[in-house]
Design a protein around this ligand. Structure first.
Ligand code: ADP
Ligand code: ZN
Length: 707
């Protein structure tokens, strides 16, 4: 039997299964425990409190810092047939009063409020009269001074426990650092909390880091590989946002920009256009995205370096929330490191040191010569043994060489110039450059002048950075960033200590994250038809397309081609409410497509199962194929079933056991081989997953069972 929460998940959200950890969190909350949930962006935090809200009697209060996010979530909940509302400063008092009345009358399951609103006397009064079953604090790291997003209003939230000691409280965040975690527990006064830390791995995100050279050219190349796919380009300055957007617009792309200096109206116009797929690209400062739930962001580019790994991970995490493959690209330059450092200067000492250390960790990530995902996950405290295969280092392993002589040339020039050279000037000296500064300082006189002429200046920059990162050289930040030697450098210079350097890849060789067979996974004629239908319905209703169905749901529809209500309900992301609102439109479209295909004399089934066959023959598991193709494992299992029926696969042994076949066979015998999967599933009390039932049907069909 399905548990109550699972039924709710299927019925309202249309999802077959909880993601790892969601179920445990839900159980804990339903049983009245306080919980802290750490999950990466896109990991599925909302379900953690939305499902308990529906299991429990009474009202769940969700505290969220961002108005846009609240609106989005409430909109999505309503579309799934759940009574929810939000209260914030964007509403007039009549609106607010009406919603407050709904709270008191028990008409709502979820109410989203800003932290300011929560603590007003008026709302406290409402809460004291309403039946509250759960408090959920989203973005809970905002409470911590040590976090990267401190908000003063959040520090008041400690009062919740004082006022409602018996109501369970759930804090959620995507920030893992230990100090912040402690702070959340203490300040919110969680009682014997259960702490859940989900894996921070997001294997569907490809990771690529590039030196920040010829960025626009690289971006244009990147965009050629991502036609029509929505993405965000993060820039450090407002000016950069506007300039990059202008360049892309000039190149024929639909691009907008977004930053804090624009009027509220301009910003919401851009955001809206992006959400509705009217523009493809937004060039934005970090002001953009916090409140964006858009599930079909297919890529994120960092035009500039972010301030630390948490921010970076949160920002790239906005891509591929639907679980389908998505690409990320970070442009890395030393100039950006300096900029980020200078932005920290104003901070009090203790905080500055912490933030500087965090920036350094990001630098190490960008300069890594091992699998980047390993570095990232290590930062979040996870050890990954295998290389990920989906980052630029895995795709093009960096080659090391004996760099002792190069290092000695650089170090010796620094000594001879009496440690007065910043990086760019050192490169001039090594390359024998004839610049004004070189002449003025008489640098052409030193012995190593011009000794590194054969190395490209950009490569020099990279090697020098490698020396800094491996501790063979230092930057005197307090001395206008002059380079200076340390003990290790002296070992190299005077004792011949060997130095290992990594070759600089030319960007053309390094490739821009295209190795996945993504075009095959996302796309196809039917998918495009369904996407057009989605856009049309969305425009009619004035909502973003992904609010209707995610890319992933459309993709599953395109693969399974459901034409009955029951089979449509089996598609992940189709709950009952959405079935009744949109299901028939999509069924009609699928049928029209099938008819057109028949007309063309082609098989409507398509050859997607043959692609799976090829991958099976290469030795990939169903899970791996699903991941690689960005499909649900159930879909791949249905390919397996088809392949078996078509005699292309000889055995189902490795997918379903004799005993299972027998049990499912009995149900098939009773209900008939042509009955709906769902009917068989229910008659077996949910004991066997859908895919096994599908496989069993294939098995008995081939055996010639006719009932
Ligand atoms: P977060 O708040 O952690 O960034 P969300 O709650 O917005 O993430 O969820 C990210 C995406 O994952 C959403 O599109 C959501 O619908 C989807 N999702 C969440 N849980 C599941 C599930 N159990 N099965 C399928 N999709 C899910
Ligand atoms: Zn890797």
């Amino acid at each position: 039997m399905l548990s109550e929460p699972q039924k709710i998940l299927k019925r309202f959200f249309g999802y077959e299964q909880f993601r790892p950890m969601q179920q445990d969190v839900v159980q804990a909350a339903v049983s009245g425990r306080d919980v802290l949930v750490l999950m990466p962006t896109g990991g599925g935090k909302s379900i953690c409190y939305q499902v308990p809200a529906l299991c429990l009697p009474g009202l769940t209060v969700v505290v969220s810092p961002l108005i846009a996010l609240m609106q989005d979530q409430v909109e999505a909940l309503k579309r799934n047939g759940i009574s929810a509302a939000f209260l914030n400063s964007s509403q007039d008092w009549q609106e607010q009063a009406a919603i407050e009345r709904q709270c008191l009358n028990g008409e709502l399951k979820l109410i989203y409020v800003s932290p300011e609103k929560l603590l007003t006397d008026n709302f406290q009064y409402i809460l004291s009269k309403a039946q509250i079953s759960l408090f959920a604090i989203d973005e809970a790291h905002c409470i911590s001074f040590w976090g990267h997003d401190f908000r003063l209003e959040y520090t008041q939230l400690g009062k919740i426990k004082e006022l409602f000691p018996h109501v369970p409280l759930m804090a959620l965040t995507a920030t893992a650092d230990k100090l912040t975690r402690q702070d959340i527990l203490q300040q919110l006064r969680l009682e014997q909390p259960e702490v859940f830390v989900a894996s921070f791995d997001r294997p569907n995100l490809s990771l690529t880091v590039h030196p920040a050279q010829e960025r626009i050219k690289r971006i244009l190349e990147f965009l050629e590989d991502h036609p029509f796919e929505a993405g965000i380009i993060y820039c450090l300055s407002r000016k950069a946002c506007e300039q990059v957007a202008a360049r892309l617009t000039a190149a024929g792309y639909k691009a907008g920009y977004y930053h804090a200096a624009l009027s509220h109206q301009q910003r919401s116009h851009t955001q809206d256009a992006f959400l509705k797929d009217d523009i493809q690209i937004v060039c934005a400062t970090v002001a953009f995205g916090m409140g964006i739930d858009k599930s079909n962001v297919r890529w994120v580019i960092h035009y500039n370096l972010p301030k630390n790994i948490e921010s970076y991970y949160q920002e790239i995490g906005r891509a591929g929330r639907d679980g389908l493959a998505a690409d990320t690209l970070l442009f890395y330059s030393f100039a950006d490191v300096m900029k980020q450092r200078s932005m920290l200067e104003e901070l009090p000492d203790q905080r500055r040191e912490l933030q500087e250390a965090k920036l350094e960790r990001l630098q190490q990530y960008a300069e890594a010569h091992i699998c980047r995902r390993k570095v990232l996950l290590a930062y979040f405290g996870e050890v990954q043994d295998e290389n990920c295969g989906n980052c630029d280092v895995c795709r093009n392993p960096h080659q090391s060489f004996d760099g002792t002589v190069l290092a000695q040339k650089a170090l010796s020039a620094i000594v001879r110039a009496k440690e007065t050279l910043p990086i760019s000037l050192l490169i001039d000296v090594l390359r024998g450059g004839d610049t004004e500064e070189v002449r003025r300082k008489g640098l052409f006189k030193i012995k190593t002048y011009g000794s590194g002429r054969d190395v490209h200046p950009l490569d020099w920059r990279n090697y020098i950075q490698q020396l800094i990162n491996t501790g063979l050289l230092e930057i005197a930040y307090e001395q206008r960033q002059h380079l200076r030697l340390n003990e290790n450098s002296r070992e190299v210079l005077f004792n011949g200590k060997k130095v290992e350097l990594y070759k600089v890849e030319s960007p053309a060789v390094a490739g821009l994250g295209k190795p996945k067979p993504k075009a095959e996974a996302i796309g196809g004629e039917l998918f495009n038809r369904l996407r057009k239908l989605r856009k049309q319905l969305a425009d009619e209703q004035g909502v973003p397309p992904y609010v209707i169905f995610s890319d992933k749901t459309l993709q599953e529809m395109a693969a399974d081609q459901p034409v009955t209500e029951d089979s449509m309900l089996q598609v992940n992301g189709v709950g009952r409410q959405k079935m009744s609102t949109y299901g028939h439109d999509f069924i009609t479209e699928i049928m029209a497509f099938q008819k057109a295909q028949k007309g063309k004399g082609e098989k409507a089934q398509g050859a997607t199962h043959l692609v799976s066959l090829e991958l099976l023959q290469q030795g990939l598991s169903v899970e791996q194929i699903a991941r690689q193709r960005g499909m649900h494992p159930t879909t791949i299992y249905s390919h397996v079933a088809t392949l078996y029926e078509q005699n292309r696969l000889q055995s189902l042994n490795s997918y379903v056991s004799e005993r299972e076949l027998e049990a499912i066979g009995n149900a098939i015998y009773v209900h008939g081989i042509d009955s709906q999967l769902k009917q068989l599933f229910d008659s077996l009390h949910g004991k066997y997953p859908y895919h096994k039932i599908r496989l069993a049907i294939a098995f008995y069909k081939k055996k010639g069972m006719k009932v």
